[in-house]
Design a protein around this ligand. Structure first.
Ligand SMILES: [Zn+2]
Length: 541
């Protein structure tokens, strides 16, 4: 029989375990791709076979939609992989020495950039001083971000370049640490980091290009074909959508990037971004803002005081009235808003904001999200589904310390409250859409780790036995949907991404095993055999 070229497939994936996304188990079927789309899914696709069709026999290896990470800080991740990691150093001197070695190895970098030093891990636990850096690196500016990303250590050259001296006032929401004479010590907290980061992180296009290239290599190796780039970082947006689009034009983009810049009271810039970036590869996705910090430093905003600090409920990072005004305004212009809220108090005010926005502006299919939700008050659980607010959670965060005995949450929040820590299943059962991400570079861009954690809820030492709040554990299909279907809905792209169905974009992954029959303790060893994005094979083992 003679066939029209338009009737044949470019690729046919034949598998015994294909997770198409709208069942709870993989099925034996085939998926045909032509151009950048899936053209048919079915048991027998011989009618689509032609001389140029590539048949990919997948056997029992799981075939599934490309992973979609809902919460990534793309350029920060790039910086982390290019700069010196200081986490292992145990003293101020050793940290500075590592920075110097790195500086010597990269003589052409205008700035010496490093991250994850933490005085809490040091022997004397004291904040460092600029003079230690000045002695080793006197002639180039140094900017070293700390472990939590809420403080930085800089040298005198950096202060000089940025015009910071004893007369510089503290910016709103930030502190330039000073000695008894008023001289800056080289420690910048919160928004004061912005005075320096705007110079230090003003990266050349060459550097950003090589970072982005490397990040995409890492992503497709893990089967990630879409991410949401959370751009706000200390009062600025990191990451340049124009550069992402250049990759797309050159055919180099192998991960779809949904961009989420900062929400402020001024929407001029983001209105323009929304208009300009709307392709299949680079798409404006919404706005992000912080409501609170994190519980480990008592900066998460709680309804009741911290168990280990009874006079403290944390606080919001900006006045509640200001946040409310910004949100109502952005919502009235149809922007989707994503709010960082770790504490139960921050989750509650975030829900209040969205409720108020719907009351003032009218209810619409807004798909606002709340990020992290490390803790929730029982009264607020049902409000997610009622208000149509999406819960965006990072399963790997629930086991941030190596061992369960070092998990700070029981001590900070008390045994009663932590029953609703990372309440994944509770929110799902209450009808909420729960979407997953990694928060890379806080943790690696690796969905298999997140899936493992969502299924087991144990730390790396296997504790606590049976999992932390085991009632919150979910099954494999639900975990995969959290990294595929739910994010595509969150991005308003459920009609083109998230499942393997005829007519959808061909973002397809083949693993080296069937996750549904893999023992849980082997999930993290999963490797990807093939990643296809937009109909092109972008990674092959
Ligand atoms: Zn984040």
């Amino acid at each position: 029989m003679f066939k029209n070229k338009s009737d044949i497939a470019d690729y046919i994936f034949k598998g015994e375990s294909v997770f198409i996304g709208n069942t709870d188990q993989p099925i034996s079927t085939s998926v045909a791709v032509r151009g950048n789309r899936i053209i048919e899914v079915g048991e027998n696709l011989d009618h689509l076979f032609g001389p140029e069709t590539h048949i990919i026999e997948c056997g029992d290896n799981l075939v599934l939609p490309g992973f979609h990470d809902s919460h990534v800080h793309l350029m920060l991740a790039g910086l982390f992989q290019t700069c010196v990691n200081l986490q292992k150093a145990v003293s101020e001197e050793e940290t500075a020495q590592l920075a110097k070695e790195f500086a010597d190895s990269r003589p052409d970098d205008p700035w010496v950039l490093g991250f994850t030093w933490y005085h809490v891990f040091w022997e004397n636990k004291r904040m460092p001083h600029k003079r230690t850096l000045d002695r080793l690196i006197p002639d180039r500016p140094v900017f070293l971000l700390n472990y939590e990303g809420h403080g930085a250590w800089v040298n005198s050259k950096a202060l000089e370049i940025c015009g910071i001296d004893k007369n510089t006032p503290n910016p709103e929401g930030g502190e330039i640490e000073r000695d008894q004479n008023g001289e800056p010590t080289g420690i910048l907290l919160e928004n004061a980091m912005g005075l320096v980061s705007k110079f230090a992180y003003d990266l050349s296009e060459d550097m950003q290009t090589s970072m982005l290239r490397q990040l995409m290599v890492n992503a497709v190796k893990k089967g990630v074909t879409s991410i949401c780039d959370m751009q706000p970082f200390i009062g600025t947006d990191l990451g340049d959508p124009k550069l992402y689009e250049k990759f797309e034009r050159n055919g180099e983009l192998c991960v779809r990037i949904n961009i989420t810049p900062e929400m402020t009271g001024n929407l001029e810039k983001v209105r323009r971004l929304r208009k300009e970036h709307n392709s299949g590869g680079v798409k404006f996705s919404g706005l992000k803002q912080f409501v609170d910090g994190v519980a480990t430093t008592h900066t998460a905003y709680m309804i009741e005081p911290y168990t280990d600090d009874l006079n403290n409920i944390g606080s919001t990072v900006k006045p509640i009235d200001q946040l409310r005004d910004w949100i109502i305004k952005a919502d009235s212009e149809g922007f989707r808003i994503r709010l960082h809220a770790c504490g139960d108090g921050a989750v509650r005010v975030s829900l209040d904001f969205f409720e108020e926005a719907a009351r003032v502006n009218g209810k619409r299919d807004a798909r606002h999200t709340i990020e992290h939700i490390e803790n929730i008050h029982p009264d607020d659980i049902k409000r997610f589904a009622e208000l149509g607010v999406i819960a965006s959670m990072q399963p790997e965060h629930l086991a941030m310390t190596e061992t369960y005995k070092d998990n700070p949450y029981p001590e900070k929040l008390g045994l009663e409250r932590i029953k609703l820590s990372w309440p994944i299943k509770t929110l799902m059962d209450a009808g909420a859409t729960v979407t997953f991400g990694t928060d890379c570079p806080v943790v690696d861009l690796d969905p298999f780790v997140g899936i493992y954690r969502a299924l087991t809820r144990v730390h790396n030492d296997g504790e606590p036995a049976g999992g932390w709040n085991p009632i919150e554990k979910i099954d494999m299909a639900t975990a995969i949907k959290g990294f595929t279907q739910a994010p595509s809905y969150m991005e308003f792209r459920e009609n083109e991404l998230g499942t393997l169905e005829s007519g959808k974009l061909a973002d397809i992954v083949i693993l080296d095993r069937n996750l549904f029959t893999t023992p849980v303790d082997k999930i993290r060893e999963t490797k990807v055999k093939i990643t296809m994005m937009d109909g092109k094979i972008v990674y092959e083992e």
